[in-house]
Ligand binder design. Structure first.
Ligand SMILES: O=C(O)c1cccc(C(=O)CC[C@H]2O[C@@H](n3cnc4c(=O)[nH]cnc43)[C@H](O)[C@@H]2O)c1
Length: 220
């Protein structure tokens, strides 16, 4: 390991830079930036963000299932008013970043062709019994530990699951024009907090397994 990055070759001919980012948006963005700095002479074909996440209730995912992002949303970047309304940064009128004249606010779309391919590969190779769904990922600073807030975020964004890094990594990818895929194993259902009701090992294991299959099958 050099500079917190493992460089390796998989399936004979794919060069992989593996970064363990740590938790949260700053660590996520720092991890993506480290990849870009390490690979500065030859930008990566893509960044794959993998990890665990909490599935919003009644979205069809259980612990151990796998979610693929169609879009990343910063779920709590904005203003909370005295009337109890949340206003995203577009309503404030200040983009989070701009690329080629295009402003980005709370949302970062994934490359649809790449995620379509990822969905196809992962769905067709996932271990038996594991459901695979694509949908909107919500990035939060505070893990949601209350039913009412889970339903609020799910309904505001049509969210499939939440995490704490994805939008920040998508933000860096958008700024540098790097395609991104995000895959997460579901460790918990987002609801009233119950620490015992979380299976991090299963979620991480399943996510790792499907991402290895993805790498193997993404080869040109
Ligand atoms: O203490 C708790 O109740 C609790 C509940 C869920 C997750 C945590 C974590 O500290 C894990 C944060 C870590 O994992 C991702 N993650 C997993 N589940 C969720 C979630 O429900 N909401 C947000 N993030 C989640 C996240 O990306 C972090 O890397 C603690």
């Amino acid at each position: 390991m050099r500079n917190g990055i493992i460089r390796g070759t998989m399936f004979d001919d794919i060069t992989v830079l593996l970064v363990e980012t740590g938790m949260g948006k700053v660590n996520g963005a720092h991890g993506a930036t480290k990849v870009l700095l390490t690979a500065k002479d030859s930008p990566p074909d893509m960044i794959i963000n993998l990890g665990i996440g909490g599935a919003y209730p009644q979205m069809g995912l259980d612990k151990g299932d796998v979610a693929i992002s169609s879009k990343e949303v910063y779920g709590d970047e904005g203003v909370f008013t005295s009337e109890g309304d949340f206003l995203g940064v577009e309503e404030i009128g200040i983009p989070l970043c701009e690329k080629d004249g295009r402003p980005y606010y709370n949302e970062f779309l994934m490359d649809s062709k790449l995620t379509e391919k990822a969905l196809y590969i992962i769905s067709n190779n996932a271990p038996p019994g594991i459901k695979v769904k694509r949908g909107v990922f919500v990035t939060v600073s505070t893990c949601t530990g209350a039913n009412a807030r889970a339903v609020e975020l799910r309904d505001r964004y049509n969210g499939l699951c939440e995490n704490m890094e994805g939008a920040a990594i998508a933000h860096i990818c958008a700024m540098y024009g790097i395609p991104m895929i995000e895959v997460r194993g579901i460790s918990n259902i987002v609801r009233d907090r119950d620490k015992k009701d979380c299976n991090i090992n299963l979620a991480a294991k399943n996510c790792q397994e499907v991402v290895i299959t993805l790498l193997e099958n993404l080869k040109p």
